[in-house]
Design a protein around this ligand. Structure first.
Ligand code: NA7
Length: 546
């Protein structure tokens, strides 16, 4: 593709979710750069543009699931519920985009299919599905971590006569389940949100469970005027809390071991936490993700709850047959998930005991020969996390090296921000960053601000190229591994944190588990010391831009 004729930009950003929007604002309005966003969707929102499945709602509390870089923006927006639903998040994203006048520099319905570093010109050449080409000095990927659908290759799907959908690319007009026989495959965070909402509408819902999962009630509710006023007037304090906590949430984890309290005290604490609901269920103790014994106590509490909610003992037993430590896979929170199994029109199908063999024209057939006849199949089967969205960009760096080849044995990055041999390319929330273990907007803001400061530094000092080295990536890779191994997280063999949900994907623990606050300090220190681990090259390249 001839991209030489296209206007050269200072920066090209891929994706118009939380990351891309803030990156555009930072480069354009703070540094005065010529920047543009290319976005595959027809509107802003990133993951929330596509995830419109029934029950789609964020598990972070609304007052923390938003931008915190501007007090003015913060004060102007008012959330309605404890957790924001997908529609409200899209309204918020549109509010921000309009308020900051971002849309004029976002090209919608523009899917990037290739990015190539042109070494002679020191420019990134980017091509889109429709054959357009763009050139830019900096390439910033803002493609999200959970945006490439994982649709299992179950034989027969192409011949299925009903409708089928993946939750992560849900039709904008919605799906009418009224009176339909629905089969949902998957019981992760997404599936657990969708089940009760689909069940309330469908004629019958079969939930295909391969791995039983913990879930804690979300206890979603409308926000009171008092809470809204408190949020509006406490921007600085809430922001400070989010910046100081391990996972970027607006609550702190108590410095107390599960083993320090008696069984009675523990029960009282957990009952209270269960009533309060939400991701802070484990925040009463510091060692839930560090100590198997401590974890087992919380895990047993949740399993008892499941057995007490679900009336049919066989179904209850299958739902509570959970074989990983609590929160070692991303812990879901729900609204009436386990309760949904008490409905007459919901059935649990244990596909660990009796795996799905194929999809037939009429439904799903199990190995035993049993067949569930279905009108609609919902794939709540998750994502090719973290690396999937980057691989989809077909990135080529110096000397024709491809990111796919570089990451054949698993992703390698420096700080989750750069990959050696891909100069002037930054990966917001890339593998090796805390990203999916953190409240996303907090992680995103830190990345965007770090990248913006870095680019400002390069421009101020006449530096034309920034790259990292294999050695820096090795060091950071070891730190990511060390941080993960200090927790129970890598002990789950089938977790998407490890890439284990996608057949053939290398098993590497991808996110940095050392905590957001620590990561923030480390990145700041690297910048303050003059960017050790990065290679900064002065001046313009010999050849001018083509
Ligand atoms: P997850 O957490 O990856 O969950 C996917 C679910 O789909 C999980 O229960 C899987 O079972 C199941 N699955 C995947 N493939 C199959 C096949 N082939 N057969 C049966 N079941 C299957 O994705 P989510 O969308 O729920 O959540 C992703 C993140 O989005 C979430 O953590 C939040 O951060 C937002 P398995 O456990 O692999 O046995």
């Amino acid at each position: 593709l001839d991209t030489a004729a296209a206007p050269t930009l200072d920066a090209l950003i891929i994706g118009a979710g939380f990351s891309g929007m803030y990156q555009l604002h930072s480069l354009r309005d703070r540094l005065g750069m010529k920047a543009m966003v290319l976005e595959a969707g027809g509107g802003v929102g990133g993951t929330w543009y596509w995830n419109r499945y029934p029950g789609a709602r964020c598990d972070s509390e609304s007052h923390s699931y938003c931008y915190a870089f501007s007090e003015a923006l913060w004060r102007e927006w008012e959330w309605t519920e404890r957790y924001p639903g997908h529609e409200e998040i899209r309204r918020y994203m549109n509010f921000v985009a309009d308020r900051l006048d971002l849309k004029r520099d976002i090209r919608f319905n523009t899917r990037v299919i290739a990015c190539r570093y042109d070494e002679a010109a020191n420019l990134w050449r980017v091509s889109t599905e429709t054959g357009e080409g763009f050139s830019a000095r900096y390439l910033i990927t803002a493609v999200g971590c959970l945006s490439t659908a994982n649709i299992p290759k179950i034989p027969g799907l192409e011949a299925f006569q009903g409708e089928w959908y993946h939750t992560g690319s849900w039709p904008q007009e919605g799906v009418d389940f009224t009176g339909k026989r629905v089969g949902q495959i998957g019981t992760g965070s997404t599936g657990i949100q969708a089940v009760p909402v689909i069940a309330a509408q469908a004629g019958h819902l079969a939930v295909f469970q391969r791995t039983a999962n913990y879930s804690v009630p979300a206890r979603n509710k409308p926000l009171t005027p008092e809470f809204k006023a408190w949020v509006r007037d406490n921007w600085a304090a809430i922001r400070e809390t989010m910046h100081s906590t391990v996972n970027g949430h607006p609550f702190t984890i108590e410095d107390r071991s599960v083993h320090e309290v008696s069984d009675e005290e523990l029960k009282a604490i957990l009952e209270k936490a269960w009533e309060r609901g939400g991701l802070q269920f484990r925040a009463n103790f510091r060692d839930v993700l560090l100590d198997e014994g401590a974890n087992a106590k919380l895990a047993n509490f949740v399993k008892d709850k499941i057995r007490s909610i679900v009336k049919d003992p066989e179904t209850a037993a299958k739902l509570a047959e959970i074989d990983h430590p609590y929160a070692a896979k991303r812990p879901p929170i729900d609204t009436d998930y386990f309760e949904a199994f008490n409905r007459d029109n919901v059935a649990l199908v244990d596909v660990r005991a009796d795996p799905i063999e194929r999809i037939t024209p009429k439904g799903v057939r199990l190995r035993s020969g049993k067949e569930a006849e279905l009108d609609i199949i919902v794939f709540a089967t998750g994502f090719d996390a973290m690396t999937g969205p980057l691989m989809g960009l077909n990135i080529i760096g110096v000397d024709g090296k491809t990111l796919a080849k570089e990451w054949e044995a698993g992703p390698r990055t420096y700080l989750g921000l750069q990959v050696a041999g891909f100069p002037n390319m930054f990966t917001i929330t890339g593998p090796g960053s805390p990203s999916v273990l953190c409240n996303m907007p907090v992680c995103i803001e830190q990345h965007v601000e770090w990248i913006t400061d870095c680019i400002a530094h390069l421009r101020a000092n006449g530096i034309a190229r920034i790259d990292t080295t294999g050695a820096a990536m090795e060091d950071w890779g070891r730190e990511v591994e060390r941080a993960a191994n200090a927790t129970l997280l890598p002990r789950v063999p089938h977790s998407w944190y490890l890439g284990a949900n996608v057949p053939g994907k290398p098993r590497v623990f991808m996110p940095y588990a050392g905590g957001m606050a620590r990561y923030r300090r480390h990145c700041a220190e690297i910048a303050a010391k003059g960017y050790p681990g990065f290679v900064l090259e002065r001046g313009e390249p010999a050849q001018a831009a083509a």
